[in-house]
Write a protein that binds this ligand. Structure first.
Ligand code: AKG
Length: 298
């Protein structure tokens, strides 16, 4: 065996866990016969040596960090999910906003009649197909993930009615709508915020779900010192079922990201309608640019 490998094996035996010892300052005297092997290997295999050195266990000074447990929101209500420098982030959840029979025929009609297509997006210069179908209604085109959707300016009559219903319930007006079709559990949308400059500051997004239930997840943006590490951030899951209305308000798009993750058990199709207000891009502004400039968005 080479000298180097021989040493690696000796060091390996040092790496074995130390015998358990009661008390927090578990001093391990080396005159304990059970430690003779360590004493021998500590001298690099040159035979036992007597030394008065002891090893003491010290409690780590840095407290161990806990990953916060994920919260679940499933009851109707208004929820202040965070208070931060950018303001209050709020969710409003209204399960059963559309009665089931109405939601049933709306789902079938929209599935059959909307001009669904698959969008090509770009990430780090590479094109990829968005894993869901979409279509866009409004007066202006909408750009996200470096690809632009042309606007359908003629609203489908059912979408026009739903826009009115959502406006009355929320007291807000919306000029645009992104329609999403998740064909099965393999369709998804990854972590993002709806924070393109064209949506203005603190946008309210009103989202109606039809069809199978999917989990809408949120995770808080980490503070700058975490350098984009989401390990310890707060998380919320909101199961969105047939006929539910969800409003995201206040600083939610500044301080949180959301996603609909893939699900690997049987999931039927789901339609999601997200009403928004879009503003013309400022002169000389690159369409689809984010409000927040982080490494991920550049
Ligand atoms: O499908 C959903 O519930 C969310 C869709 C979404 O986040 C988006 O299209 O920006």
């Amino acid at each position: 065996m080479s000298d180097k490998r021989q040493r690696a094996r000796v060091q390996g035996s040092w790496a074995k866990p130390l015998p358990k010892h009661s008390g927090t300052t578990g001093a391990i005297p080396n005159n304990n016969p059970s430690n003779n092997a360590n004493a021998a290997s500590g001298s690099w295999g040159c035979g036992p040596q007597k030394t008065t050195k002891t090893f003491e266990f010290h409690q780590p000074t840095k407290p161990t960090r806990e990953v916060p447990p994920e919260k679940v929101i499933e009851q109707a209500g208004d929820y202040e999910i965070s208070h931060g420098p950018s303001g209050v982030s709020r969710l409003r959840l209204l399960p059963g906003f559309l009665p089931p029979e109405e939601a049933d025929w709306m789902f079938s009609k929209l599935l059959a009649e909307l001009p669904w297509s698959q969008k090509s997006n770009y990430r780090q210069g590479e094109a990829y197909q968005e894993p869901r179908l979409t279509c866009w209604y409004g007066e202006l085109p909408y750009t996200y993930a470096r690809s632009t959707m042309a606007a359908n300016t003629q609203w489908h009559p059912l979408l026009a009615t739903l826009r009115e219903t959502v406006s009355q319930a929320s007291g807000l007006s919306f000029n645009s709508l992104l329609c999403n079709l998740y064909r099965d559990g393999h369709d998804s949308i990854g972590w993002h915020s709806d924070d393109e400059a064209s949506l203005g500051t603190k946008p309210t997004i009103a989202s109606i779900s039809l069809g199978d239930t999917r989990v809408f997840s949120l995770r808080k943006q980490p503070p700058p010192e975490e350098i984009g590490d989401y390990t310890y951030v707060e998380r919320i899951r909101v199961p969105l079922n047939h006929g539910t209305l969800l409003l995201m308000e206040g600083a939610t798009q500044d301080d949180w990201q959301h996603q609909v993750a893939k699900e690997y058990h049987d999931r039927g199709p789901r339609i999601n309608l997200t009403f928004r207000t879009i503003y013309p891009e400022p002169e000389g502004h690159r369409p689809g640019t984010k409000m927040r400039f982080t490494a991920k968005n550049l």
